[in-house]
Design a protein around this ligand. Structure first.
Ligand SMILES: NC(=O)c1ccc[n+]([C@@H]2O[C@H](COP(=O)([O-])OP(=O)(O)OC[C@H]3O[C@@H](n4cnc5c(N)ncnc54)[C@H](OP(=O)(O)O)[C@@H]3O)[C@@H](O)[C@H]2O)c1
Length: 299
């Protein structure tokens, strides 16, 4: 089986590559070889290579910058999916597309289910919603496409909140972090396992069009910042931890509005794939252990 992986240099893409089953071959073009903002290139790449699957981890993920780079984010997060589906209809390729909690508005206080209506409140969210809509609209056989929504992705590599907090804990005495946005982190490594499980099970049975996945538990950014400080000190990554003070979203203005509440209901995914999510704090510790090992290895 051969798989076209986009976004192979990103957090999720790297974990997909690391956990690849032996019998699977991955084609992993860098941005220069396949620019997701180029509709024709996306379509032609699939037509030329005729992969069995596309795993689409590539995305315009700078949530604040998307507010000004609207067209670019729509091309990469939206129209590229239209191109992939148009080609996949002809080549009989399956699509696994990674999407986001940001397709919801965050105005409820219980976890979002897969069938709830999209109502994004940022340009990033709108561009990701556009991608989902185009898959839905253009796909000939709905069994050939899967959307896997996730939230607050973290890993020992790349750019993410954990690595920013690690640095701030080592540099500052006090860190002020937003405590009124509620969601749940997702270990990129655990998400990659879910991707491979979907691909494996799809060979044997019909599965739903949309899945939700995050780690187990609930957190605010403040909670995660506190946990990073504690665990990093315990693991001797940092010599000290800063005092973390909770603030409101209004005290930390950003270009893009973010959902106040973006927990995803993962029950259905868990049941259908027979995988139980691990609590986010446990995954966070594993990520920090891996970070420490990578640091020692690089030094
Ligand atoms: N990060 C989160 O908190 C989060 C939360 C929910 C959902 N998601 C979704 O999860 C997926 C993976 O996210 P991630 O955190 O792994 O992202 P990431 O680390 O920011 O990586 C993004 C990837 O997309 C590639 N990319 C960006 N623009 C491209 C273009 N024009 N052409 C080709 N490749 C391009 C990047 O390549 P370069 O190396 O060339 O930049 C990189 O490999 C995305 O669909 C994202 O929307 C992420």
């Amino acid at each position: 089986m051969n798989i076209l992986l986009t976004g192979g240099s990103g957090q999720v893409g790297q974990e997909i590559i690391k956990s690849k089953p032996e019998e699977i071959e991955i084609i992993n073009p860098c941005r220069k070889k396949l620019d997701l903002s180029d509709y024709r290139a996306c379509k032609n790449f699939v037509m030329d290579h005729k992969p069995d699957w596309i795993i689409n981890c590539g995305a315009y993920t700078q949530v604040d910058d998307a507010e000004k780079n609207i067209q670019l984010s729509q091309k990469i997060n939206g129209y590229a999916l239209g191109a992939f589906v148009e080609a996949s209809n002809e080549t009989s390729t399956n699509l696994l597309h990674i999407s986001t909690d940001f397709v919801f508005d965050g105005n409820q206080n219980f976890p979002y289910k897969e069938n709830q209506k999209r109502n994004p409140i940022s340009q990033y969210g709108s561009s990701k919603a556009l991608g989902e809509e185009l898959i839905e609209k253009k796909i000939n056989d709905i069994q050939k496409a899967t959307i896997l929504r996730t939230s607050w992705v973290i890993s020992p590599l790349g750019k993410n909140f954990i690595l920013t907090m690690l640095r701030l804990h080592s540099e500052k005495e006090i860190i002020r972090v937003v405590s009124d946005q509620i969601g749940c982190p997702t270990s990129a490594k655990e998400l990659a396992k879910v991707c491979w499980r979907i691909i494996e099970l799809k060979k044997k049975k019909k599965l739903p069009f949309i899945f939700h996945w995050s780690d187990a538990g609930v957190a605010s950014w403040f909670d995660i910042a506190v946990a990073v400080g504690e665990i990093a000190k315990e693991l001797d990554i940092n010599k000290k931890e800063a005092i973390v003070l909770p603030i409101n979203t209004s005290q930390y203005p950003t270009q893009a509005q973010r959902p106040k509440y973006s927990l995803l209901n993962t029950q259905n995914t868990s049941n259908l794939l027979d995988i139980n999510p691990i609590h986010w704090r446990k995954n966070l510790k594993n990520i920090l252990i891996e970070y420490k090992n990578l640091k020692i290895y690089r030094a």
